[in-house]
Design a binder for this molecule. Structure first.
Ligand code: FES
Length: 547
């Protein structure tokens, strides 16, 4: 440590604060994190600790293939082992882009030293031709417009520059914003931090204050396993419902709960979130963007509106309760953060489906679906792979109409592998030209939190693990009934048994390296797609010391 210029006595009696940084130029959403980490360091020094910044794997959604999700568990292992193996008393985690916050929390939860999660903040609102445009959400819209011939490619490229005009993560209520909000709702992130734009000086201030706070937490019992208890997860589910959070949050919360030994099931998301209205009028389920949400009062204001639904006794990193945090949290714009009497939608944002097509469950983001399709019966058009879908979807001779149900399989954790965000299958060009804007789509894949449509996701068991999705054939009738929470393949059991008998056993696609480990050990979406051997915690003790 002397080689870094630290005096002999710098460590005397001072807590060592790790600052776990997911900065990477390959992850533009976290590209400003070196400056953010420096603000945390300032606060740590000021409060009498020693800040030591360290890097970890960073997962950038736009660039990583086969999917950033394939590496979430790898990153969580890196985080866990980096914290445990080094002499760190407490840690500040810097996360932003979709998978980074869950991976950080999973890893830190398995070590269980005092922890603060600091998110990097959303980008400023996108502006295109005088109107607001949102990352992800409007990309999907505009890319369909290009396919339908109503937007040129040059215009499309111009929209990209208009959307990504500042540092930060997606400024829609995608997975990054959702996980930042849920970390705050669970009390493991600073109060009021989730929605502050990345480039707003107040985010640097929050980072500075987090540095101060973590010094006070070092050596205390304010550890993740105390803060992230069942109350915190129930609050997170309710907050996710009122922000119409990303469907990916379901998988991530299940995985984090699994590390902590908190009992949480897919059914909890339906039951606990069922009576919660959507109050955050933020895309893709609403009209505004995260910058507007912050100016309207941000998460504390929103949580204040549903305080009667929350467990106000849940602990926070400040040693107080969620209830204490909501004492004074006014709403400044009732159209962005709706009153409970005038919600964006009274319907639950998310529904968990069951039925013979998804015995272990599936999810649909009802708030981003078309109301007329949430009860729908149609015939299946099946794609074995996403590549096959792309090859065929624009074929003018494809037998498809607006009532057809598009089915994609082999896109789950094992099957792809890596459970990519491809569940929002493209609509056939000939239907787009007819003005069709949505169709029912079903898969064992995930979908971007910024996307929309009547899209059934996370079908479990996945097809590559022997799920019934593997048995669907073109022309089969499928019935989706969201109000009844059912998804039914209208094929009798005897016929399905016969089809299963003639099905080839799926073969793993990876023979070595991390992806082999992944395919061998990844659990289903209904269990958070964590590795079987990573569930639970090992604590912070290091079994042996070498001198
Ligand atoms: Fe990183 Fe959306 S691409 S948050």
């Amino acid at each position: 440590m002397k080689s870094q210029g630290l005096p002999d006595d710098v460590f005397d009696g001072k807590p060592i604060i790790g600052i776990c940084n997911t900065w990477s130029e390959l992850n533009p959403c976290n590209g400003h994190f070196r400056q953010l980490a420096d603000h945390v360091s300032r606060g740590v020094w000021e409060a009498g600790g020693v800040p030591l910044q360290f890097p970890t794997t960073s997962l950038g959604e736009p660039l990583m293939r086969p999917s950033a999700m394939a590496y979430r568990n790898l990153m969580s292992m890196d985080v866990e082992e980096s914290i445990r193996s080094n002499p760190i008393d407490a840690v500040v985690l810097l996360g932003g882009c979709d998978k980074t916050i869950p991976a950080l929390l999973m890893g830190a939860a398995s070590v269980d030293v005092p922890t603060i999660l600091l998110s990097g903040g959303p980008m400023l609102n996108g502006k295109f031709q005088g109107r607001d445009v949102g990352s992800g959400t409007d990309v999907w819209k505009f890319s369909e417009a290009v396919r339908a011939g109503t937007m040129t490619e040059d215009e499309f490229l111009a929209t990209e520059a208009c959307m990504a005009r500042s540092a930060g993560h997606c400024m829609t209520m995608g997975t990054a914003s959702t996980m930042a909000c849920l970390a705050e709702a669970m009390g493991i992130a600073p109060a009021g931090s989730a929605a502050i734009p990345a480039v707003d000086a107040r985010r640097s201030t929050v980072a500075h204050l987090a540095g101060r706070r973590i010094v006070a937490m070092a050596g205390s019992d304010l550890i993740p396993s105390r803060i992230l208890d069942r109350r915190a997860f129930e609050n997170a589910i309710r907050v996710s419902a009122t922000i119409a959070g990303s469907t990916n949050a379901v998988i991530h919360l299940l995985a984090i709960a699994g590390r902590l030994g908190v009992e949480l099931s897919l059914a909890d998301f339906d039951q606990i979130g069922r009576d919660v209205p959507v109050l955050a009028n933020v895309r893709p389920s609403g009209a505004y963007l995260m910058e507007d949400f912050y100016y309207a009062g941000g998460l504390p204001a929103l949580m204040g509106r549903i305080r009667h639904l929350l467990d106000l006794t849940a602990l926070t990193i400040d040693g107080d309760t969620i209830g204490d945090r909501l004492q004074d949290a006014p709403v400044f714009d009732d159209d962005v953060i709706r009153p409970i009497t005038s919600p964006v939608t009274q319907e639950p944002a998310l529904a968990v489906l069951t039925g013979n097509l998804c015995p272990d469950g599936a999810v649909i983001k009802v708030s981003a679906a078309s109301a007329h399709l949430t009860t729908h019966r149609g015939q299946a058009l099946v794609f074995d792979t996403i590549e096959e879908c792309h090859d065929r979807i624009d074929d003018p001779n494809l037998e498809v109409d607006a009532t057809t149900i598009l089915v994609l399989r082999n896109a789950g954790p094992k099957g792809y592998p890596g459970m990519p965000e491809i569940g929002g299958l493209p609509l056939p060009r000939k239907l787009l030209a007819q003005g069709v804007e949505d169709m029912v789509r079903i898969s064992d894949a995930r979908m971007s939190g910024t996307a929309y449509g009547t899209v059934v996701l996370h079908v479990a068991p996945e097809s590559a693990a022997g799920g019934p999705l593997a048995l669907v054939r073109d022309g089969d009738w499928i019935s989706l009934n969201v109000p009844n929470r059912s998804l039914t393949l209208e094929v009798d059991d005897a016929e399905l048994a016969e089809r299963a008998h003639s099905l080839d056993a799926p073969r793993p696609s990876s023979t070595r390296g991390y992806m082999k480990l992944y395919e061998d050990h990844v659990l289903g979406a209904d269990a958070g797609a964590d590795f079987d051997f990573l569930q639970g915690s090992s604590g912070s003790a290091v079994p042996r010391q070498s001198f």
